[in-house]
Design a protein around this ligand. Structure first.
Ligand code: KIV
Ligand code: ZN
Length: 531
């Protein structure tokens, strides 16, 4: 047995699904189980089969389809949870037995508060129940896990007695739950050390940790337990679970991976699958990942402060302890906002194809800082709009001369647009759209007739109150090939064009923004290039 190997027991589909509102459909559970198998977890706790016939069927399907699939590596063990009753154990067995490696996980509480108030059982009765039910589970299934619920608040001496009894009865994995997330890392580590030292027969079992995050200590407690000898960690993707959740899979796995010299341990997880699995779980459960969540949050690899961005551009190790690709995230993000410095600003403009002089950059950076004071994130469209306003002053081939829209719930959104053309002539067109902005853009397209795709549209209020000034930025992509040449300055290299418009009427602001992007595209075409 590899004593440096930590088994990853994923309970996203059982404890995770117990998060308020996280219920998943049976096909969604199957899809998550498939992703977990790809991720390389050792055990999937697929559900609590006694909870309902649907739950039993969902676990059974996972046992059949995921518990037997062999894409080169051995399939994960499929586990079903059962209270310490023969009925629950039979249902769990019925659900998991089609798997190549079935496991029954049975539990009973061992803390005074649970025994007295919830179970209304004496210590002796709990001890006997644990022994007899593990023995019964073992008569059905070779792989039996036992959990003394609320172990974190149980009397260690009684815990040792119960654990010895279930080992004798045939338990193969002993899971130690901090059910209410009460312990500190020192206490939990000591609890596991005590079990390793004092329980007869423990050397023949796998000791497991299962921590809840009520005090935000679940990952720290799990790692303390692993340090003390546990070789299975029970975790959920994104840390979802009862109340404040469970230990998160990505945190434990990446701590062991990133700090290998400290722990000297390994897991079977393919870390590059983490991000994909996290997104899948978040989409199916409807539980969004907080932006600052370790490893999988949207900001986990984003840098905004100027000093950090400067460091990152010189050497990513200055502010990153792991690479985003290692966890399957796309790339580090240098977010342009009010804390950004001129170095990151210049690099982003270069990436967008602008080659500016130092004095142009200086002027632009000042305007960028003003904009960033009003707007949280500065997009590429904002930058392009800034550059063209400040530096290039693009020709206005078409100008908005009038706009009228009809919209609401009583009819089809319709816009009538009047544009002044290159020779000062007026063009009027009306169009129907999915909404007023769409209708206005369609009417503009009928007049301007330059094929393009709208690739970005963002709208916001830049002043407060009901009469706020609306600001719109858009980005379009020319689709007729001629836009590849770049505008008259010859410095654009990308095929996209940003446009900006502001007005108290957001449809007017949207139309101005679209026209300003279209004008930039038009001056790259053969027809207007030489004029
Ligand atoms: O938190 C807990 O105690 C549990 C057990 C069923 C293992 O989820
Ligand atoms: Zn739990």
């Amino acid at each position: 047995m590899n004593t440096n190997y930590v088994r990853i027991f994923d309970t996203t589909l059982r404890d995770g699904e117990q998060s308020p509102g996280a219920t998943m459909t049976s096909p969604e559970k199957l899809e998550v189980a498939r992703a977990l198998a790809r991720l390389g977890v050792d055990v999937i706790e697929a559900g609590f089969p006694a909870a309902s016939p649907d739950d039993l069927e969902a676990v059974r399907r996972i046992a059949v389809e995921i518990g037997n699939s062999s894409s080169g590596k051995q399939p994960p063990a499929i586990c079903g949870l059962a209270r310490a009753t023969s009925k629950d154990i039979e249902k769990a067995w019925e659900a998991v037995k089609p798997a190549a490696h079935p496991r029954i996980h049975t539990f009973i509480a061992t803390s005074e508060i649970h025994m007295e108030h919830k179970l209304k059982m004496s210590r002796e009765q709990v001890l006997e129940k644990a022994r007899s039910m593990v023995s019964y589970a073992r008569s059905l299934c070779e792989d039996v896990e036992f959990s003394p619920e609320d172990a974190g608040r149980s009397d260690p001496q009684f815990l040792y007695q119960v654990l010895e009894a279930v080992i004798e009865a045939g338990a193969t994995t002993l899971n130690i739950p901090d059910t209410v997330g009460y312990t500190t890392p020192d206490e939990f580590g000591a609890l596991i050390s005590g079990i390793m030292k004092n329980v007869k027969g423990i050397e023949n079992c796998i000791v497991s940790v299962h921590c809840h995050d009520d005090l935000g200590l679940a990952t720290a407690n799990s790692l303390a337990g692993i340090n003390a000898g546990a070789r299975q960690a029970e975790v959920t993707m994104n840390g979802i679970g009862e109340r404040a959740g469970n230990t998160s899979l990505e945190e434990v796995v990446m701590a062991l991976f990133t700090r290998r010299p400290v722990y000297g341990l390994e897991t079977g997880i393919d870390t590059t699958q983490i991000m994909h699995t996290s997104k899948l779980v978040s989409n199916y459960t409807g539980i969004q990942v907080q932006p600052n969540k370790a490893i999988v949050g949207a900001n986990a690899f984003a840098h905004e402060a100027g000093i950090h961005q400067d460091g990152m551009l010189k050497n990513h190790q200055t502010y990153e302890i792991m690479r985003p690709e290692t966890v399957g995230a796309k790339q580090s993000l240098l977010v342009l906002g009010k804390h950004s410095g001129s170095h990151a600003f210049k690099v982003r403009l270069q990436e967008l194809g602008f080659d500016l002089t130092d004095s142009e950059l200086e002027k632009l950076f000042e305007r960028f800082k003003h904009l960033a004071d009003k707007k949280k994130d500065i997009t590429d469209a904002d930058l392009e709009a800034l550059v063209s306003d400040e530096i290039y002053h693009p020709r206005e081939i078409y100008q908005l001369d009038g706009l009228q829209v009809a919209c609401g719930t009583m009819g089809m959104p319709t816009a009538t647009v009047r544009l002044k053309g290159p020779e000062g002539e007026l063009h009027v067109h009306a169009a129907v759209g999915a909404g007023p902005v769409d209708a206005a853009y369609k009417a503009v397209d009928e007049i301007v007739r330059t094929s393009n795709n709208l690739v970005e549209f963002s709208i916001r209020a830049i002043t407060e109150g009901i009469d706020a000034l609306g600001e719109v930025t858009v980005r379009i992509e020319g689709t007729n090939g001629s836009a590849l040449l770049g505008p008259q300055t010859g410095t654009f290299q990308s095929r996209t064009f940003g446009g900006y418009g502001a007005d108290t009427d957001i449809i007017v602001a949207s139309t101005k923004a679209y026209l300003s992007a279209l004008n930039k595209l038009l001056v790259t075409t053969e027809k207007y290039k030489s004029q």
